[in-house]
Design a protein around this ligand. Structure first.
Ligand SMILES: NC(=O)c1ccc[n+]([C@@H]2O[C@H](COP(=O)([O-])OP(=O)(O)OC[C@H]3O[C@@H](n4cnc5c(N)ncnc54)[C@H](OP(=O)(O)O)[C@@H]3O)[C@@H](O)[C@H]2O)c1
Length: 289
């Protein structure tokens, strides 16, 4: 039995599908079990992984645990220790490529994500462990630009020349499934990136190409971008850290890793392929996506 935290999210849903497709028994823990909407055959249990006592019973009979940094919050070490006491043998943590950066330079920490702690808890758990260090999710572009592209052909955003290595969430899930189901990745930190470095402006162009539209990137001054993102409801400390990161990275590019291809035996999906899988996010109204 494999226990997943974060199963109802961006990475979790394709991971559930891949594990089920491989014939694995899957148990998913969710704070909103009744609304989880997971496929038949998945055992959904109510619990909050950030409060490990609420998932103690769900660990019974579990051989491998997927540790999701957003779902476990500050409880990664406690949950890993509890898993060990309950007889779990393996732990696979989702983490991030920037996990070794100074914490003040990791914007997601300001939104509560604990990638560093998830990796550390897995590596120090005494269990067979793997850390999946993921790059920028291609899916972030829905929140960044989806509403603007649904509404017109102009994308207003800061720093057109900041580069990312956008990765399809299905590739992260496929490597996670491999780590949970085989011994190949035990004791490893795996760098999961998309196959190409693309700037913000490049990504907008690719979205337009796939949609058959000519999109225009209109650069916002950093302070205007902060105001706009805060007005859209994002927490100000997160937004300030994010725009500061853009300022540090502008004009530079990281090389992609080929770990996805090494593990899966096929190349990572391109950003264009990801867009083709998500065109509705840039064309339809939100309730139809
Ligand atoms: N976005 C990126 O570019 C990127 C890159 C590298 C690493 N990461 C890391 O990956 C994680 C995001 O992955 P994702 O997109 O799969 O996550 P997600 O879809 O936002 O959330 C996964 C699940 O976690 C639970 N959850 C969400 N917010 C929560 C909260 N505030 N407190 C407690 N539980 C919560 C929910 O499950 P239930 O409601 O069912 O309980 C949700 O379905 C973050 O930790 C991030 O740091 C992201």
């Amino acid at each position: 039995m494999i226990l997943l935290t974060g199963a109802t999210g961006t990475v979790g849903r394709p991971l559930v599908d891949l594990l089920r497709g491989a014939g694995a028994e899957v148990r998913a823990v969710s704070r909103e079990a009744a609304a989880a909407g997971l496929p038949a055959g998945v055992e959904v249990v109510a619990g909050d992984p950030s409060r490990p006592d609420t998932v103690a019973e769900a660990l019974d009979g579990v051989t491998a645990l997927f540790l999701h940094p957003r779902a476990v919050g500050d409880a990664a070490t406690g949950l890993a220790a509890l898993a060990r006491r309950r007889g779990v043998r393996r732990i696979v943590a989702l983490s991030a490529t920037n996990v070794d950066d100074d914490p003040s330079e990791q914007p997601s920490r300001f939104a509560g994500d604990r990638n560093r702690e998830a990796e550390k808890a897995a590596a120090g758990s005494g269990l067979e462990w793997t850390s999946l260090r993921a790059s920028f999710f291609a899916a972030n572009t829905i929140a960044m630009w989806g509403a603007q592209i649904r509404g017109g052909d102009v994308v207003r955003y800061a720093y057109p020349d900041v580069s990312e290595l956008p990765i399809h969430q299905r590739d992260i899930a496929a490597v996670a499934a491999h780590a949970l189901l085989t011994d190949d990745l035990v004791g490893r930190r795996v760098e999961l990136t998309g196959p190409q470095s693309l700037t913000h402006a490049d990504m907008v162009t690719v979205i337009g190409d796939v949609l058959g539209r000519s999109l225009r990137y209109e650069e916002l001054a950093p302070a205007d971008a902060v105001d706009r993102l805060v007005a859209h409801g994002l927490p100000e400390p997160f937004v300030v850290a994010l725009v500061a990161r853009y300022g540090r990275l502008a004009g530079t590019a990281q090389p992609p890793s080929n770990d996805v291809e090494k593990v899966l035996g096929r190349p990572a999906a391109t950003f264009a392929q990801w867009v083709a899988d998500h065109t509705a996010a840039f064309t339809d109204q939100p309730e139809r996506r």
